[in-house]
Each structure stands twice: as C-alpha cells, then as structure tokens.
Design a protein around this ligand. Structure first.
Ligand code: HEC
Length: 108
C-alpha cells in the first residue's frame, strides 16, 4: 500500500531534481543565478507555485504551463522577454548567466 502510493506519486512528479551537491560548476553557478533572479517568484525544488509556476521538472514535461513547448529556446525567450506578469530580464542578464541558468533548470 505504502509502495503503491509512492509509485503513483513518483509517476506524477517524475524523477527528483539532481541533489545540489552533485551539480557541476556550471550548474552550481546557474543555481546562484536562480537564487539571485528567480527565487522570489519561483520555487525551484518544491512543487508549489509562488508568484509564478514551480520550476521543478520544467524540462521533464513536454510543455510549459502556458502550453508552449518546454525547450531551451522557449525558456530563454521567457527569461529575456518576460511572459504575462513576469518581467523580461534581457537587458540585465548576460549570455553566460543565461546559459548557466538553463543548465541548472535542466537538473530540476
Ligand atoms: C517578479 C516575479 C518573477 C520573476 C523574478 C521571475 N518570474 Fe518567471 N514567471 C512569473 C510569473 C507570474 C509567471 C506566469 C506568467 C504567465 O503565464 O502569465 C512566470 C512564468 C515563468 C515560466 C513559464 C512560462 C510559460 O510559458 O508558461 C518560466 C519558464 C519562468 N517563469 C522562468 C523564470 C526564470 C528562469 C526566472 C529567473 C531568471 C524567472 N522566471 C523570474 C514571475 C516571475
């Protein structure tokens, strides 16, 4: 019974995020960027909405909450240009930070 519940929950939420201590240098830097730029509005490792949807499993699902495909292009465009109530950050985030952030989001 306990096992069945566990299996069901696992199926719904997919594999868990890679533990922080197993991240490589680029992913660690992406985590720092997330803490600085995203954490006030998004949970990264908890499946709970904040101001925006949680980021856990963002690339493990076929689509983003808006229904757009969950791929690098779409997520980068969201960060650079914003989306709905989310402000765009294209002018204040350099390419390296953006790439590292994407690498981190892929571990969630
Ligand atoms: C000021 C609050 C705020 C900040 C800061 C913020 N977001 Fe968002 N984000 C939102 C809101 C609100 C939504 C839902 C927007 C909508 O669908 O109208 C959202 C939606 C998203 C989506 C889903 C887009 C879609 O197509 O469904 C992604 C991905 C995302 N944010 C990533 C990020 C990342 C990565 C960062 C950090 C660089 C970030 N956000 C920073 C508020 C924020």
């Amino acid at each position: 019974m306990g096992l069945a519940v566990f299996a069901l929950a696992g199926c719904k939420s997919g594999p868990p995020p890679v533990p922080l201590e197993q991240l490589n240098a680029q992913q660690m830097h992406g985590h720092a960027v997330f803490q600085a730029r995203c954490v006030q509005c998004h949970n990264d490792r908890r499946d709970k909405p904040l101001h925006g949807p949680p980021m856990v499993g963002v690339f493990k699902r076929p689509s983003l909450p808006s229904g757009a495909p969950a791929n690098d292009e779409r997520v980068k465009a969201t960060i650079v240009h914003g989306h709905g109530l989310m402000p765009g950050m294209g002018n204040t985030m350099d390419q390296q930070d953006l790439d590292d952030l994407l690498a981190y989001l892929h571990t969630l």
